[in-house]
Design a binder for this molecule. Structure first.
Ligand code: BG6
Length: 479
């Protein structure tokens, strides 16, 4: 007997800007990700103001899911997916974000994707905004720093709820909304460029714009949740948080307070707003001490209160430590690094691998919010090697995922209400942070390389059959 419920949602996750390609097909507009070049730098250091000739932009072709979706979804079905998490590119629906009527060809593409999932009994789980927005909104309004984006986003979300009503039950408003609390989220999540800057490869962080933008996203998300529930009372709309699990470096009370503060600002702030419908009081002090003033319109707090999410989802890749000593050795991580934990090993990109941290996180989150949880991203970005016979023996990935699933089991035994699990990049795709293809997460290998070459052929890795077995046995057999 499996500890996971019979209807546990096993599957995988991707995002439009990292897999679709076809960046200008069928009326699609230019998105924020489309102006980011390749390379190993963070996205904010890879922005070009206009599209430059002879420059490689990884999102433009990506893995061309746009033209391979049938083949890819068939492979997901072969693994036994119950759910497929993907995002809709805002720019396929409203190319600049400012049109009055949606682009029918864009809507029709997602009809096809959703129908294809349904034909294989795969439940679509759709992220409405995943690290891309119309670049025209950056140019016109400096992204989410402007209030204008609220109504434009709600118009877009309502269009989706109406169109896909009855076919899509699970929605997420913003991917990793708490990215806005971190410098890296400025352009990546909020489409904000530093005002007056001419050097687009060297963005200077502006926390005031970021936190104001985040407030606008909270209001937009809450309005979308309200509208979604009115349009389709059966649908479930969740939040999505990048969980930066942080331990105190030592039992020194200064380290403990430092870890608690990081956890509040980076993780709990956004979760509290979206689940509890309130700005947590600890933010007052943070705003004050950092000279941040959040401009709110009358009624904003009521909207936030009325637009609480139905379930809580998060990404979990790693953990790190907090220390009062700024000199301690640092490590990198998803969106945010921290002090290095001597007990953990790291991925090729320096992210510290911590399966038990997932159990800890699930228990903490369920204790705080008491609503269903879902792990919608987890996985190991690694350099995969093709053997002489063409096979990819990704035992390191199997080992990573196995250990995390074991800890999910423990968390469920600890009483956590866990709905599902969608490992990240179930098919290889472009890295969000670096733009690389070399950082692979998939069960399916894609012939596409960092210089843009590759014939896009799909190939099952060793982990493909392993995950198939995991799903078949509802998480019982992990060998
Ligand atoms: C999450 C994002 O932060 O992590 C994804 O939601 C991203 O878009 C994933 O791809 C892994 O990060 P990276 O930088 O390895 O692609």
């Amino acid at each position: 007997m499996s500890i996971f419920s019979d209807n546990f949602l096993w599957g995988g996750a991707v995002a439009a800007n990292q897999c679709e390609g076809a960046w200008d097909a069928d009326g699609k507009g230019i998105s924020a990700s489309d102006v980011c070049t390749g390379g190993s730098h963070t996205r904010s250091k890879r922005i070009t103001r206009t599209l430059e000739p002879d420059t490689f932009y990884p999102s433009h072709e990506a893995i061309d899911f746009y033209h391979h979706y049938k083949e890819d979804i068939a492979l997901f079905a072969e693994m036994g997916f119950k759910v497929f998490r993907f995002s809709i590119a805002w720019t396929r629906i409203f190319p600049t974000g400012m049109e009055e009527t949606p682009n029918e060809e864009g809507l029709a593409f997602y009809d096809r994707v959703i129908d294809e999932c349904r034909s294989h009994n795969i439940e679509p789980l759709i992220t409405i905004s995943h690290y891309e927005m119309p670049f025209a909104l950056t140019e016109e309004y400096n992204g989410w720093s402007s209030r204008e984006c609220v109504d434009l986003f709600v118009k877009y979300a309502v269009t989706l709820f109406k169109r896909y009503k009855g076919k899509v039950k699970y929605w997420l408003t913003f991917n990793e909304i708490n990215a806005g609390t971190m410098p890296m989220g400025g352009f990546l999540s909020l489409g904000i460029l530093n005002e007056g800057t001419t050097d687009f490869t060297n963005q200077i962080d502006n926390p005031q714009l970021r936190f104001q933008g985040l407030h606008h996203q909270f209001v937009a998300s809450a309005l979308a949740v309200k509208a979604g529930h009115e349009i389709d009372p059966d649908c479930k709309i969740g939040c999505m948080i990048c969980h930066i699990t942080t331990y105190p470096m030592t039992c020194n009370p200064d380290d403990i307070l430092e870890a608690q503060k990081r956890n509040q600002i980076l993780n709990q702030f956004c979760g509290d707003v979206q689940v509890r419908g309130e700005y947590p009081r600890f933010m007052d002090r943070y705003f004050k001490e950092n000279g941040l003033v959040i401009k709110m319109e009358p009624g904003d707090l009521e909207i936030i209160k009325e637009g609480c999410v139905d379930y809580y989802t998060f990404s979990y890749y790693m953990s790190n430590c907090a220390s009062a000593d700024p000199e301690l050795e640092k490590t990198s991580g998803n969106l945010m690094g921290g002090a290095k934990n001597p007990y953990l090993e790291s991925s090729d990109w320096g992210w510290q691998i911590d399966p038990k941290g997932l159990r800890y996180t699930l228990i903490e989150l369920y204790g705080r919010y008491q609503i269903p949880l879902m792990v919608v991203e987890n996985g190991l970005g690694a350099y995969d090697k093709k053997e002489e016979d063409g096979s990819i023996q990704d035992d390191y990935r199997i080992s990573y995922l196995k250990k995390h699933i074991e800890q999910m089991r423990e968390a469920v035994a600890d009483g956590v209400d866990l709905m599902g699990y969608t490992p990240w990049g179930c098919i290889d795709l472009v890295s969000a942070s670096t733009g690389e293809m070399a950082k692979r997460y998939g069960f399916i290998y894609v012939e596409k390389y960092d210089d843009g070459t590759g014939d896009l052929t799909r190939k099952k890795k060793k982990s493909f059959d392993w995950y198939k077995k995991v799903i078949e046995t509802n998480g019982e057999v992990l060998e």
